[in-house]
Ligand binder design. Structure first.
Ligand code: ATP
Length: 312
């Protein structure tokens, strides 16, 4: 088995069969339960297709992973990490995994459909976001990060390609294949560092480059890069190759383009801080980040009910 089969449902999940603690058995889904539609995207070892559940007519995105390819490319660990972390997460800011099944050739992950695709596509299309739209998306991404961290998980590869937009234009974190579950120690505290190098050059935190260790605060560094990119249209650290990008990161070499809002400058410069402990919101103090003047006026409790601002 490349991945253990499992089925899950949650309060949000339109479970095909009632799944309560008293339910004895749940019929395993198969591909025949869905009508497949258009291809939504391709990954390096997966294809994601739109699908309708024939029993309830609901829309999903099914990620199809080719078993032979995964084994050949030694990605078994990553597909299992993605499945196991997503099953632990249930938040409007995280793409929901409803169920998994497999046949002889493929693994299938039945995911929440994000009809509007990647946040990156909108940044490219519009050039950049205005302050109001940036505030809304930064706030949604921040609360999603807060939730993921509260479940003892570090994402480690946050970037606009890994933030999808659903039919309401709400942001949802995806791509948990390189996420890290922090281990709880005997006293119930989590070890807060995760080793092994992962991430995408432009969003990689300096501690990953210098100490080869990521922590929750590494996701806050990436958030700083994303907020900068939403307003500036490009990430803060971008060299002509990966090495040049890494050099810029370790030297904290970035500049704000003309017109970059002052209050956002202050926020970004408090996130793009070398010492992970000194970043605003670090050490489980996310509230301090939410209280930054950039977020003034955000109704945190309404963030997942209110209409998304129109992107212009
Ligand atoms: P790689 O594996 O190379 O890192 P990836 O993580 O983007 O790539 P997938 O997760 O297979 O690979 O996703 C492929 C594409 O499908 C993504 O770029 C995204 O645009 C689209 N996609 C993924 N999940 C969904 C979803 N739930 N709803 C809509 N589109 C999706």
């Amino acid at each position: 088995n490349v991945a253990n089969e499992s089925t899950s449902s949650s309060s949000q999940a339109p479970a095909p069969v009632a799944q309560t603690s008293t339910a004895v058995s749940v019929r395993k889904r198969t591909l025949a339960d869905y009508k497949l539609g258009r291809t939504l995207g391709e990954g390096s070892y997966s294809t994601v297709v739109a699908a309708v559940d024939l029993s309830n007519k609901r829309d999903y995105a099914i990620k199809v992973l080719d078993k032979r390819h995964i084994i050949r490319e030694k990605k078994v660990k990553y597909v299992n990490i993605e499945k196991n972390t997503l099953y632990r997460l249930d938040h409007p800011g995280v793409v929901k995994l409803y169920s998994t099944f497999q046949d002889s050739s493929s693994l299938y992950y039945v995911l929440e459909l994000c009809q509007n695709g990647e946040l990156l596509t909108f940044i490219k299309k519009l050039g950049s976001f205005d302050e109001n739209c940036t505030r809304f998306y930064a706030a949604q991404i921040l609360t999603a990060i807060e939730y993921v961290h509260s479940r003892g998980i570090i994402h480690r590869d946050l970037k606009p390609e890994n933030i999808l937009l659903d039919h309401r234009m709400y942001a949802k974190l995806t791509d948990f294949g390189t996420a890290k579950m922090l281990e709880s120690s005997e006293d119930g505290t989590e070890s807060d560092r995760a080793n092994s190098f992962v991430g995408t050059a432009e969003y990689v935190s300096p501690e990953l480059l210098t100490e080869k260790a990521a922590c929750k605060s590494s996701d806050l560094w990436a958030l700083g890069c994303i907020i900068y990119q939403l307003l500036a249209g490009r990430p803060p650290f971008k060299g002509s190759n990966e090495y040049q990008t890494f050099q810029k990161i370790v030297k904290l070499e970035y500049i704000f383009p003309p017109g970059f809002p002052k209050v956002a400058m202050d926020l970004v410069s408090r996130l793009l801080v070398h010492d992970p402990n000194e970043r605003l919101g670090a050490n489980n103090n996310i509230d301090q980040l939410k209280e930054h003047p950039f977020f003034e006026g955000v109704q945190w409790s309404e963030l997942w009910n209110m209409p998304a601002p129109k992107l212009m």
